[in-house]
Design a protein around this ligand. Structure first.
Ligand code: ACM
Length: 395
């Protein structure tokens, strides 16, 4: 029989080796502006976690690659992170096409992807944690808000990939449920420029919708809003409603082009809460006075803290042990208190509607009082618990 050391328990030193995590956000390509903010939110949270002693003394170390906004790159780099860099957890992806490319990789190797982006719903994987909004947390509220304030003749324009197509499918149902009409549905390449949008805008003028629902993402967003302004359309009469145009896209187009248009999101930089102000203050100290945050930055930030808390609780980042410590646990995020649902792995979030203002920020015109439970399969189409903020629509 092998001899056992009587002091083995005492000399079994605790593991202080660094914890490597994979980080996959694009710093180049069509979605670089928004994904760079997700990278910043991720690195800021890692900085805070390490400054507070890491995970029980273990430093959190990001292993980071630039997948250049290309789904095939995400897939190859996810495999590299798992097989060569030996990470158990990956934080990343913006476009649904990139999440769909990483999905079979994390499922094959039984690793975990944290995905901090709103998306079209109708997906579940045991290997994904979804911290952005599902359609019952943004589309349902946006459809209700736009049809009740502007009318129900909708014109749909989007980028040509899975999220816009699926998101429009849901918006069409929601508008029709409210007695409305879809006037047109069109898609442009992710690389579309202002000249590509001009014929669409001419068609919009001709058809005279009550509002435009845009699922245009990335760099081409600014071309849509600029083409709209060039054509002399008025946001008071025919506003653009979006689930993706946030503070960073507004900065990219220039605030003057965004003023008066609407976005539905669980987080805006302008949220006047103690937690948001405190996090923004710390972020300014970390990254500089003129930081710009947005819904995807916030999800990237809070999901890293939720991961670290769960790992402290479970002592490991291996999926089977980590997930039980992650789900069902509250976290005080900048948007409010959030929680990951144990059954569907999506997050309880606070729907809000913002109207872009001249400062490049969003004035919140409507928001949920309580978090809305994620319902990625739209079983209930619930509106959540809404309140209306004053008369900000008139200003
Ligand atoms: C997205 O593609 N989920 C924005």
């Amino acid at each position: 029989m092998a001899p056992t050391c009587p002091f083995s328990e005492e000399i079994a030193v605790s593991d202080k080796s660094p914890v490597k995590v994979g980080v996959l956000f694009s710093e180049t390509g069509v979605t670089a502006p928004i994904e760079t903010t997700q990278l910043c939110g991720t690195l800021f949270a890692i900085h805070e976690i390490n400054a507070a002693g890491g995970i029980d003394g273990r430093e959190l170390v990001p292993v980071r690659y630039d997948p250049r906004s290309e789904p095939s790159e995400y897939q190859a780099l996810a495999e590299r992170l798992i097989l060569q860099d030996k990470v158990n957890v990956i934080f990343g992806c913006y476009m649904s096409s990139t999440r769909k490319a990483v999905l079979p990789v994390v499922e094959k190797w039984n690793r975990l992807l944290f995905y901090p982006t709103l998306y079209e719903g109708f997906e579940f994987s045991n290997n994904v944690i979804y911290t952005g909004a599902a359609p019952n947390q943004n589309s349902v509220q946006l459809a209700d808000f736009m049809t009740s304030n502007f009318g129900s003749r909708a014109y749909l324009v989007g980028s040509d990939y899975i999220y816009p197509v699926e998101s429009n499918r849901i918006m069409k149902d929601l508008v029709r449920q409210r007695g409305g009409t879809i006037l047109a549905e069109c898609y442009l390449p992710l690389t579309a420029g202002v000249d590509d949008f001009l014929p669409v805008i001419r068609d919009i003028k001709k058809r005279d919708p009550s509002f435009i629902f845009s699922t245009v993402v990335g760099e081409s967003t600014r071309h849509l809003y600029r083409a709209y302004a060039q054509a002399g359309l008025n946001p008071r009469e025919v506003p653009i409603a979006s689930l993706t145009t946030c503070e960073v896209e507004v900065e990219g187009m220039g605030a003057e082009y965004a003023v008066g248009h609407f976005t539905a999101a669980p987080y805006f930089q302008s949220i006047a809460s103690e937690t948001n102000h405190a996090v923004l203050k710390r972020y300014r100290e970390f990254a500089g006075a003129d930081v710009l945050t947005n819904m995807c930055w916030e999800a990237a930030y809070f999901q890293m803290h939720m991961f670290a808390n769960a790992m402290r609780e479970c002592g490991t980042d291996e999926l089977g042990a980590l997930v039980p410590g992650l789900v069902g646990v509250d976290y005080q995020a900048p948007q409010g208190r959030v929680r990951i649902d144990p059954v569907n792995h999506h997050t309880c979030l606070y729907p809000r509607i913002g109207r872009a203002n001249s400062k490049g920020q969003f004035t919140i015109v409507r928001e949920a009082l309580r978090p809305v439970h994620p319902d990625p399969y739209l079983v209930s189409y619930s509106l959540g618990d809404w309140t209306t903020r004053l008369d900000t629509l008139d200003t």
